[in-house]
Structure formats: C-alpha cells, structure tokens
Write a new protein. Structure first.
Length: 411
C-alpha cells in the first residue's frame, strides 16, 4: 500500500508533463508496473420536443455536457507474485455538467458536476486457469450491448423532456438494452486469448423499485430483502476469417428477493441476452436483443417489476424485452458513419387484479433512431456529430429530436 500511495503521489505531481496518448506506463524496479489512462469529452446538445406530453417540461433546450461515456481517469498497478498475475484498478468518472443551476459544486444536493467512483477492483489470475475479479466493475448482463453501441462515443438519446439533466446521457440505455451498471462482484473468467470465454459471477443483489435510495414504485419496493447474491453470466466467442471478424455473445441473470425478513413471498427476476457483431471489411453490423421478467426497464430494478396494488402480496412479475440493430461504415480512413435503431418495452402481467394487471398490454415502449459521424482527427482525438429521434408509443406519443456535436480525447 505504501508503494501504491507513492505512485499515486508521483502521478498527481507529474502527469501533466509526462502523459502520452493511450496512457502513461511506468515500470518499477520490483517488477510491478503502473498505468494512468482515460478520456475527457464535452458535447453541445440541443433538444426539441415535437410533442410536449410532459406538463411543465421544456420544449427546447441547449446544454454543454458529458456524453454517454463520462470522463474517465483510471489508475492501475500490475505485478506477478508466486506465479499469479495480480492487479488493482481504480476508475474515477467525473462529469462536466452543471445541470440547470448556475452554481453547482457536486455537493450531493443537485445533479451534475459529479465524481462517480465507477471502478474499484482487484484481479488474481493465471495463464493456466483464468482470472478472478473482486470489486466494483461493469456487470456482465448486457455489457456487450453497451460496449458495442456506437453512441458510447457520443450522446444518443437524452431522455424526453430531460432538459439540462445532470449525469451522463442515455445513449441507447432504455432504447435497446437495460443498463448493466457498475456493481460490486466476485467474477471468474476463463483464460483470455482464446476464441471462447466464459464469465460467471456473484453480484451485490438489488432491491426492486429503488434508485439512489429513492423508492420509485411502492409495489416493487416491497421486495427489498436480499439474502443471496445475484448471479450473472456471459459467454463470448470471437472468430476471424481473412479481414473479417465476428463476435457472438450470450448471457443471463437471476436474482431472488423477499418481501419479509422471514417467511413472506419471494420474487425471482430472470433475464437473457444475445447478440452478434460482424466486421466485414469497412462495414460493421451489430444485432442485440434481451428478454426478462422482473427486471424492469432502462436502469434495471428501477420500478415496475412487480404487478398488483400496494395492498396486495403479489408475486406476479412484469416482462420486458428489447434490442437494437446498428450499421457503421468507414467512408474514409479516419471517418465512420453509422445508423442504429432500437427499442425497450415493459409489459403488464396478465394475472387478474389485485395481484396482477389483468392484461398483457405494453406498459411502456421507448424507441430511438440515431445517425452519427465519427471522425478520428488524431490518434487520440475524436470528433463526433449525432442526431437522434427518440419517442414512445405510450399515450401522448411524445417525441424529441436531439442534435449534438463534440470532442472526445483519449489518453
């Protein structure tokens, strides 16, 4: 720990003069290495509602903000002891937003200007049997959907009527996949460098209908007793054929929660996801989909998972599904254009009231079209221009157009 503290101190004092694109690496005399890397991005975003279905919401708005990917400052130390590959990783994810308030210092009372501690983990690995990751990192279920989303390097959807929101934009979260989030976990992965890799982990379980300590749905939030971890798994397969490469993935998640400390009812949430990416010379195509029950939508476990009324002791869960298709094409050595479309739905439970909704109608359905231009100005600097139309098929059928342009600098 003393060694790591000294490394961090040295980095803070000297990074501005010594950092290079694609990260700064320092090799230590004891065989350990230390690396600093990350990105900073800033976008101008203009939004205009075509249908003002939300009372009091802004019909048009301009903001200068972080995109879907926050800025990142990552610190990593790696070494080898007793035949084991050891590492620790810290990832700070600050944002530039002020939200709608002029004076916003990220003190927790207002959204914006936040420093999000997204990554804190250690890894223990071997060239023979793979790796164990312990700590806070991106979850397995749905992570390939977001990692292959072109709006990860842009803005994508902002959220209808969101105005000058704090935090990152949505990209395609809730418009094609459910957000995996950065979660405390113990995950084992088979060794890398092979065409196929399997990961399975035990995750910090989540209470239903609860976001940031705020109850978003009283029925779902009755299930907040979590006695066993959530299980998530992911399988990936990479294949290369000449200049073409292919990636296939499939994954699943399962969690059970209770509505009483002892006895009571249990609700088991379950989901599955699959997708494929094909890089065919200058053309890249992605198809991704998910299904679930008791997962909710958009941010996952954030409300609407359980059907029925607050007075009922319901175990009836609502179903969700969604997916997206995407195509990008390199029109010049440094310029790529892309198009994507996706949707996310949450459906009612057909069981009769009071324990169910009494129908299987679509409860919510968000969709979005995005076109983008991504220009690699230098090795580290990217220019991004995007346009998105997001909408809903719900009552009011609100729509919104999002136009954005900005910079991303990776180092």
């Amino acid at each position: 720990m003393k060694r790591l503290t000294l490394l961090l101190l040295g980095l803070v004092l000297g990074v501005s003069a010594t950092a290079r694109a694609q990260g700064l690496t320092m090799q230590m005399s004891n065989g350990w290495s230390f690396q600093f890397a990350g990105n900073v991005n800033a976008f101008w975003v203009f939004t205009k509602e075509n249908t003002n279905a939300t009372p009091g919401s802004q019909t048009a708005n301009s903001s200068v903000r972080t995109g879907l990917l926050p800025a990142f400052a990552t610190f990593e130390a790696r070494g080898k002891e007793a035949g084991l590959n050891l590492a620790v990783h810290f990832g700070f994810a600050p944002q530039i937003n002020n939200g709608a308030s002029h004076d916003n210092f990220g003190n927790g009372t207002q959204a914006g200007a936040q420093i999000d501690m997204r990554q804190v983990y250690l890894t223990v690995g071997s060239d023979k049997w793979g790796q164990i990751l312990a700590g806070r990192e991106l979850a397995l279920f749905g992570r390939q959907a977001i990692l292959n989303d072109m709006t990860l390097f842009g803005v994508g959807a902002v959220g209808i009527g969101a105005g000058q929101g704090g935090g990152t934009t949505l990209g395609r979260i809730g418009y094609g996949y459910i957000y995996p989030n950065f979660v405390a976990q113990l995950t084992y992965s088979t060794k890398g460098g092979q065409p196929a890799q399997l990961s399975i982990g035990l995750f910090q379980p989540s209470a239903l209908g609860l976001v940031g300590g705020t109850v978003t749905d009283a029925v779902s939030n009755a299930y907040h007793f979590t006695t066993i971890p959530r299980v998530e798994t992911e399988f990936t397969y990479n294949q290369k054929s000449g200049r073409n490469t292919y990636l296939f993935w499939a994954g699943g998640t399962w969690q059970t929660t209770k509505n009483a400390a002892s006895g009571g009812n249990s609700a088991s949430s379950i989901g599955g996801t699959a997708g494929v990416r094909g890089n065919l010379s200058d053309l890249s195509v992605v198809v991704s989909a998910y299904i679930g029950k008791g997962l909710g939508t958009t941010l996952q476990f954030s409300g609407g998972e359980v059907a029925g009324t607050p007075a009922a002791t319901s175990t009836e869960l609502r179903t969700s599904d969604g997916g997206y298709v995407q195509a990008t094409y390199k029109v010049a050595p440094k310029t790529t254009v892309g198009f994507s479309w996706g949707f996310s739905r949450l459906k009612n439970n057909n069981t009769a009231a009071p324990n169910g909704d009494g129908n299987n109608a679509v409860r919510s359905n968000l969709y979005a079209y995005t076109v983008g231009i991504y220009h690699q100005w230098t090795k580290s600097l990217k220019l991004v221009f995007e346009g998105t139309e997001e909408g809903t098929t719900n009552a009011g059928r609100a729509k919104q157009t999002d136009v954005s342009g900005g910079f991303m600098l990776f180092f």
